[in-house]
Design a protein around this ligand. Structure first.
Ligand code: NAD
Length: 368
C-alpha cells in the first residue's frame, strides 16, 4: 500500500521557517515510528505570485485536491500589500478553502500546563482547558446574497445577508458530533435564535441531527453572546462548540486567546469525506506570516507542529501519535524552553525557531 500523501505549502514570511521544523518532525516519524508520508512541496501566497503571477496556480490547486492532506505555513507580507485584490496572497488560501469545500473549521483552545500562567485569565480558570470550536466556514453572512453598498435616497446602505440551508447546518453539526464522540462527548451549539430566523433554523437542525444520529452525545444550546460570556467566565464547562461563520470567527479567536500566544495555536479545516474515507483537509497555524520577525529565527514553530499533530489525528487516524507529539511540545515547555513570544521575564535567553524544533525532537526521542 502506498504512503499517505501530504502537500506542504510553506508560503511567506515565517511560513517556511516554521515548516522547516515540521519537516524534521515528519522525518522523525518516518525513521523512528515507521510512519512515512509522500510529501510534495509547492508554492502559495506571495511566493506563488512571484513565480506564477497568481497566489495559487491551477496545478497546485489540482495537487491539493488529490492529496490526503494539505499543510500550510502562512501567506502575506508588506511586499504584496499594494497588489490588486484578486492576486493578493490571501486569495490563494481562500481559493484552497473554497475549492476544497472545507466547511468545518476546527480551532482547539488547549492550555499547556507550563503556560497556564501566561493567560490573561486566572490560572484556575484556564489550567487543564481543552475545548474545540467548530466554525462553519463556507456559508453564512460572509457569503450570503444580496450583498453590497447601495444608494437609498441620499444615503448609502451596506448590506450583507445571513443565509444557511438545512444541509449546510447538518453537515457541520455532524462534524461536531463526530468530534465530540472522540473527546468529551458534549456539544454546545451557539446561535442567536432569539433574534435571527437563521438562528432558529440552526437550532432546529442541530437538534434534529442529534436526535436522529447522535443521541448518545450530550447537546446543549446557547445564545452566542451568552456563550462569549461563559467562555471567559468558566471555559472548562465546554467540550465541543459548534457555531456559524460569523459567531465562530469571533468566538474562536476569543477562546484561542484564553490560552496565551498566537505562536501556539493550530487549526484544521475539514470538508466532505473523499473516496478513501478521509476528509478533505487543510491544516495551518492560526498566525500569519509575521513580517516583523521573519528571517530573524524568532518564530515559534509550535503552532505549525501542532497543526501537523491535528493532521495525524484527523486525517490519518493516528491519535496516539498525535498525543505523543502534543505531549512532546508540553514536555519542552515544562523544561522552560521557550521562544521569545512565550517569555514575559527579562534575562532568559529565548530559544530560536530551530532550537525549539530540535527540543521537540529530543522530547519525542524521550517518549520512545
Ligand atoms: P501575524 O499573525 O502574522 O502576526 C501578529 C503578531 O504575532 C506579530 O507581532 C508576530 O510577530 C506575532 N507572531 C505571529 N506568529 C508568531 C509565531 N509563530 N511566533 C512568534 N510570534 C508570532 O498577523 P499580522 O501581523 O496581522 O499579519 C501579517 C501578515 O500575515 C499579513 O500579510 C496578513 O494578511 C497575513 N496573515 C496571514 C494569515 C494566514 O496565512 N492564515 C493569517 C493572518 C494574517
Amino acid at each position: 500500500m502506498s504512503n499517505p500523501s501530504l502537500l506542504i505549502l510553506a508560503g511567506d514570511g515565517i511560513g517556511p521557517e516554521v515548516m522547516a521544523e515540521v519537516r524534521k518532525i515528519i522525518d522523525w516519524f518516518g525513521t523512528k515510528r515507521g510512519i512515512s508520508f509522500d510529501v510534495t512541496e509547492d508554492l502559495v501566497g506571495g511566493a506563488a505570485y512571484d513565480v506564477h503571477g497568481v497566489p495559487l496556480s491551477d496545478a497546485t490547486m489540482e495537487k491539493a485536491q488529490e492529496v490526503d492532506a494539505v499543510l500550510l505555513g502562512a501567506v502575506g507580507g508588506p511586499k504584496y500589500d499594494k497588489l490588486d485584490f484578486s492576486v493578493k496572497p490571501e486569495r490563494g488560501l481562500l481559493r484552497l478553502r473554497k475549492e476544497m469545500d472545507l466547511y468545518a473549521n476546527l480551532r482547539p483552545a488547549q492550555c499547556f500546563d507550563a503556560l497556564s500562567d501566561f493567560s490573561s485569565l486566572k490560572q484556575e480558570v484556564v489550567s487543564g482547558l481543552d475545548i474545540m470550536i467548530v466554525r462553519e466556514l463556507t456559508s453564512g453572512v460572509y457569503f450570503g446574497e444580496p450583498r453590497g453598498i447601495i444608494k437609498e435616497g441620499n444615503e448609502r446602505v451596506g448590506i450583507n445577508t445571513q443565509r444557511y440551508t438545512e444541509s449546510e447546518i447538518a453537515r457541520v453539526a455532524r462534524s461536531a458530533f463526530e468530534l465530540a464522540r472522540k473527546r468529551g462527548n458534549k456539544v454546545c451549539s451557539m446561535e442567536k435564535a432569539n433574534v435571527m430566523e437563521s438562528g432558529i433554523l440552526w437550532r432546529d437542525v442541530v437538534q434534529e441531527i442529534h436526535d436522529a444520529e447522535y443521541p448518545d452525545v450530550e447537546l446543549s444550546h446557547m445564545y452566542a453572546d451568552a456563550g462569549a460570556m461563559q467562555l471567559t467566565r468558566w471555559p472548562k464547562q465546554f467540550d465541543v462548540i459548534v457555531t456559524d461563520n460569523l459567531f465562530g470567527d469571533l468566538l474562536s479567536d476569543l477562546a484561542a486567546m484564553l490560552t496565551g500566544s498566537l505562536g501556539m495555536l493550530p487549526s484544521a479545516s475539514l470538508g466532505a469525506p473523499m473516496a478513501n474515507g478521509r476528509p478533505k483537509a487543510l491544516y495551518e497555524p492560526v498566525h500569519g506570516s509575521a513580517p516583523d520577525i521573519a528571517g530573524s529565527g524568532k518564530a515559534n514553530p509550535c503552532a505549525c507542529i501542532l497543526s501537523f499533530a491535528m493532521a495525524l489525528r484527523y486525517s490519518f487516524d493516528l491519535g496516539a501519535e498525535a498525543d505523543r507529539l502534543e505531549a512532546a511540545v508540553n514536555a519542552v515547555l515544562a523544561k522552560g524552553i521557550r521562544t521569545a513570544d512565550l517569555l514575559n521575564t527579562e534575562g532568559v535567553t529565548p530559544a530560536s525557531t530551530s532550537e525549539m524544533g530540535d527540543a521537540v525532537i529530543a522530547a519525542l526521542e524521550e517518549s520512545l
